[in-house]
Write a protein that binds this ligand. Structure first.
Ligand SMILES: [Fe+2]
Ligand SMILES: [Fe+2]
Length: 190
């Protein structure tokens, strides 16, 4: 990792790995896998756009217009080519950019750690919540992100929408006539 990313990114990666492992431990999950995924998640983040596009061909307009959105998928491709085989870790690496789409709790740990590690200076509430209720923290993070983007007329990545619709609160709301309580928008970086 130290060879693949810029020095400041490497510091971020170490903070994400530490926090992801801490969140995993607090929720009775596999902290070693959370740490590994935290270390590896941004391995493609500093590659040139052309390399990201080669590793992970665009799936949608957003990918084509903003190749940085591909760095999670590209990271997975790189790791698989190098022989890495742990699917739990690979899923967490792939989905850290756009949001956990399945029921993999390690993906949630890494996603939350990435958006709330102390160096970001934002989302302290999500970090604190994740240490006692990972599901509630993930819900807040994804709902806030979608609300924030939609409120500004910014197109939401289809994979983020998939993560949004996979949330229990959203699935329940879709099946019920009672509307979701609106959440305050929060600033986000991918
Ligand atoms: Fe990233
Ligand atoms: Fe990151």
């Amino acid at each position: 990792m130290r060879l693949m990313v810029r020095p400041r990114r490497y510091e971020h990666v170490l903070r994400v790995a530490d926090l992801a492992a801490q969140i995993a431990r607090a929720n009775g999950l596999d902290d070693m896998r959370a740490y590994a995924a935290g270390i590896l998640h941004d391995i493609a983040r500093d590659l040139p756009d052309a390399e990201l596009l080669r590793l992970a061909p665009p799936e949608c307009e957003i990918d084509a217009a903003h190749p940085l959105a591909l760095h999670g998928r590209a990271a997975r491709v790189l790791l698989e080519r190098w022989g890495y085989q742990d699917r739990v870790v690979l899923d967490a690496v792939e989905d850290h950019t756009t949001g956990p789409r399945g029921g993999n709790p390690v993906s949630a740990c890494v996603y939350i750690a990435d958006v709330s590690e102390p160096g970001r200076g934002v989302n302290h509430d999500i970090r604190e919540l994740a240490l006692c209720d990972l599901g509630a923290a993930l819900e807040r993070a994804i709902v806030s992100k979608v609300t924030y983007l939609q409120g500004r007329g910014i197109q939401v990545h289809p994979r983020t929408l998939q993560a949004y619709h996979a949330l229990p609160c959203v699935a329940q709301a879709a099946a019920s006539p009672v509307p979701l309580r609106p959440q305050p928008p929060l600033p986000f970086e991918s």
